[in-house]
Design a protein around this ligand. Structure first.
Ligand code: G3I
Ligand code: 9MR
Length: 533
């Protein structure tokens, strides 16, 4: 049947606007609340999008610039009535995506004043955590606070790396916007909400550094816990492993934190910088310590054996913070960043500060724009999105969001609107312009995930999931099929972009994670901040 796939949250008044039409024929009419046709559009010629196997048309309705709610009609048939045009469409969903980090806080109770119906008692104090034999040490450490990684209750340094960095970058790129923005979380001193939230995780990360500068890999139970609330998960937790990836990721994040917190808390900034330097020194001396799960540990691995990108990321950030060029590492990748490949984060920094980096700077700009141009071209055909067949891996929605962030960096250095427009199309995809016809953010949009793989949302007795969570998204792996007895049925469709199930069992398509919310928050907020004031 004819279907219009739209950004369900809304389109910005002054922006280019597009939706995707499947099995439509003839012109599209956009009709306002009083029944008046405000725009008639002839859709583009149909093309097939390999990732969903659909033949679709694109409908450009940029000429509609009046705020309101509209219906979409084809051949007299009303396809949907939830098309919105707004002046600042993303503020609420973007705030929710950052508020979610508060809901993920370990070691503290969530009070009703902040958490509403998702209030809960404190869990995981983590004040006395045994050092697993894989750390090579005996005894225990105090390692409280931090965000739970995902639908599980582990705290993982590698994944905290890219996640915390991305949120710090959001502040660093738009400080004026965030100095006054609030979303009802507990205040810490005079810090802006974004920096207060990030500090909750930085404080935990700092506890994970050993006295020799090396950084422990993760803090988890030996097995994943069952579907219980944090306070009911009483299994012993361990600090596990120590390695190069964790140590360099930590060094990079602390180097950025030293810059960002300096105007607010010079002593804290100094602590972060000292930690960054000693971690970096350990990483240089121990460049090949890859982590893999010990035989008795079954929680998330975040295993990675290619460690040059973490070194590049750390060196680049330390050079920028200290002005000491001896930290600089060569290289500028064309690949979009992910938890296991952070080289692209160095590309961003070198491109943004190209003058200071000489030939490294121009190489970074070149890499940035080459990939961005591929993305722009992809978004002009098929489904009108950047995502391509091979992009659908575990956490595909973060691939999408990071593609959007990449495009914004191309926009920052060129001012060329085509990159902004393509970045906007990424957000359209995540908010409903996709073949599943759903917004991937819990609580936002006409249709959004109701049963994410998120232990608190499963166990809290509240019908609605915790809001503001970006689920992993479609991908053809199906690693969870058959798990949790018969419930996770075979949801593979033969196409990557539609292999998804909104069920609690589906950790491979419907879990949530801090490294998936972070690029979404960056993208949605950057698109607001760029239009503010
Ligand atoms: O990169 C390859 C790609 O080259 C290949 O074509 C593709 C084919 O399957 O696989 C890609 O690798 C995948 C990788 O994610 C991409 O980042 C792996 O197959 C896939 O198994 C791997 O999944 C990871 C998953 O843990 C299982 O280890 C996810 O990235 C990672 O986000 C996820 O993280 C978990 C933590 O372990 C525990 N906490 C929850 C969190 C989210 O589910
Ligand atoms: O619930 C776990 C989820 O948080 C992880 O991301 C995922 C991948 O490591 O694993 C989930 O746990 C599953 C385990 O791996 C296999 N048995 C079923 C578990 C789900 O309840």
């Amino acid at each position: 049947a004819a279907t219009a796939y739209i950004n369900q949250i809304g389109y910005r008044t002054g922006d280019a606007k597009e939706f995707t039409l499947f099995e439509g024929s003839g012109d599209v009419k956009i009709v306002d609340a009083s029944g008046t046709t405000v725009l008639t559009v002839t859709p583009s010629a149909a093309t097939t999008w390999a990732a969903s196997g659909q033949s679709v048309q694109l409908v450009d309705f940029s000429d509609l610039k009046t705020p309101g709610t509209y219906s979409i009609q084809v051949g007299g048939q009303v396809l949907r009535s939830d098309l919105k045009v707004l002046d600042a469409p993303y503020v609420d969903v973007a705030k929710a995506s950052l508020k979610w980090y508060y809901y993920q806080r370990a070691s503290m109770a969530l009070e009703e004043t902040y958490a509403g119906q998702w209030k809960r008692p404190a869990g995981h104090p983590d004040t006395q955590v045994s050092l697993h034999s894989s750390t090579g040490k005996l005894g225990s450490i105090s390692s409280p606070k931090g965000w739970y990684d995902a639908g599980d209750y582990g705290k993982y340094i590698v994944n905290s790396g890219i996640s915390t960095y991305t949120l710090l970058a959001l502040y660093e790129h738009f400080p004026a916007y965030f100095n006054t923005l609030k979303w009802n979380i507990p205040a810490e001193g005079s810090l802006p909400d974004l920096l207060a939230e990030i500090k909750y995780n930085l404080d935990w990360m700092l506890t994970m550094q050993d006295i020799d500068g090396g950084v422990f890999h993760k803090l988890t139970t030996l097995e994943f816990p069952g579907d219980v609330m944090p306070a009911a998960d009483k299994a012993a937790r361990y600090v596990v492993g120590k390695g190069t990836a964790a140590t360099f990721d930590f060094a990079a994040v602390m180097a950025v934190a030293a810059r960002v917190y300096k105007p607010f808390d010079a002593a804290y900034a100094e602590q972060c910088l000292t930690a960054a330097k000693s971690a970096y020194t350990w990483g240089i001396a121990n460049p090949n310590v890859a982590f893999s799960n010990p035989y008795d540990v079954a929680t998330g691995e975040y295993g990675d054996s290619w460690l040059e990108d973490e070194k590049l990321f750390a060196g680049t950030e330390l050079a920028l913070t200290t002005g000491d060029a001896s930290y600089t590492q060569g290289g500028a990748t064309r690949s979009v960043p992910s938890w296991g490949d952070v080289a692209g984060l160095a590309t961003y920094e070198k491109a943004a500060h190209a003058d200071a980096y000489g030939s490294e700077g121009s190489a970074a700009k070149d890499s940035l724009l080459k990939t961005a141009d591929v993305f722009v071209a992809r978004a002009e055909t098929g489904f009108g999105v950047v995502m391509d067949y091979g992009d659908f891996v575990w956490g595909s929605n973060a691939v999408a969001a990071n593609q959007g962030v990449w495009l914004l960096h191309a926009y920052y250095i060129t001012g060329d609107k085509k990159y902004y427009v393509a970045a906007n199309k990424v957000l359209d995809y995540l908010l409903g312009k996709n073949p599943l016809n759903m917004s991937f953010v819990t609580g936002y949009g006409s249709k959004s995930p109701k049963l994410p793989h998120h232990r608190p949302s499963t166990a809290d007795g509240v019908t609605a999931p915790v809001p503001g969570m970006v689920v992993g998204g479609p991908q053809p792996g199906g690693e969870d099929i058959g798990s949790q007895s018969w419930e996770c049925s075979d949801y593979k469709t033969g196409y990557p972009a539609t292999s998804y199930i909104d069920h609690r069992c589906s950790y491979a398509s419907n879990e949530v994670a801090i490294n998936w919310n972070a690029p979404f928050a960056y993208l949605a907020f950057a698109l607001e901040a760029l239009n503010a004031g």
